[in-house]
Design a protein around this ligand. Structure first.
Ligand SMILES: [Zn+2]
Length: 253
């Protein structure tokens, strides 16, 4: 990325409508380009009125894909979030990008993998709490490579890891709806104090929660599958001890 910073790129434009939050299964959508900032002839920063590209954040890697119109085609390498605005950083494949209508398409196999991993991460929080009979607190997570969730505390032993894995896979095989709700900030604070990521929550007017059937609601701005059956088999690879009494639970789906 260039010396231009997101603050300058996003200055003065209205907040992006975050279509990916409400319509997570949408891989293709129409939108309007409202700002274009060229970078070295070959790339552009582009802002849309609405987007299906989930930006990098909350442990979730950025969506990739294409944005095209009758006049041009772009390869979206990264979507980044800055104070309510999603900035797409893209390579120009053909033509010259213009303000106006475009068709957006997300790299769906990659997004689906991220959604399965993301939902699995929440399920692992739940099963780890049950199998260790304690509240879990997440420290961070990354859902690209390597794929892990970070937790506070000592790493569980191998026996516990296998029980957590079996518990999660038992739930996946039964299936269960993954529901999205929107709460006011007040409702959210009251309901979510026990959530594994409560301390990491940003200040928002509206809190989006994700609830896997049978689990407590979790505040989250990520994309998830609509039923845990879609996750497939979860494998816990290892628990890696990290500094400051934390560990990373590496897993695959
Ligand atoms: Zn989530």
């Amino acid at each position: 990325m260039s010396s231009l910073n997101l603050k300058e790129i996003a200055a003065g434009v209205k907040r992006t409508e975050l279509t990916y939050l409400r319509e997570m299964a949408k891989s293709r959508d129409e939108a309007q380009v409202i700002r274009i900032i060229p970078e070295k002839r070959t790339h552009v920063y582009l802002i849309l009125d609405r987007t299906i590209f989930h930006p990098k954040g909350g442990g979730q890697p950025s969506d990739r894909g294409t944005i095209r119109s009758g006049n041009f085609e772009l390869n979206v390498k990264k979507a980044l979030y800055y104070q309510g605005v999603v900035v797409h950083w893209a390579k120009i494949i053909t033509g010259e990008p213009l303000i106006g209508p475009v068709t957006c398409e997300v790299d769906w196999p990659f997004r689906q993998l991220v959604m399965r991993r993301h939902t699995a991460a929440h399920l692992l929080d739940h099963c780890l709490a049950l199998e260790t009979s304690r509240r879990v607190e997440t420290t961070d997570s990354w859902l690209d490579e390597p794929c892990y969730v970070g937790y506070a505390g000592d790493p569980p032993n191998e026996d516990t890891l296998r029980r957590v894995e079996a518990h999660a896979n038992g739930m996946v095989s039964h299936g269960g709806e993954v529901r999205i709700d929107y709460l006011t900030a007040e409702q959210g604070r009251a309901l979510l104090q026990a959530a594994p990521n409560f301390v990491r929550l940003p200040e928002l007017d509206e809190i989006r929660t994700v609830t896997i059937r049978g689990c407590a609601p979790i505040p989250c701005g990520g994309t998830h599958v609509s039923d845990i059956a879609q996750i497939g088999k979860i494998s816990i690879i290892r628990a890696e001890p990290m500094p400051n009494l934390t560990f990373r639970l590496h897993f695959s789906v």
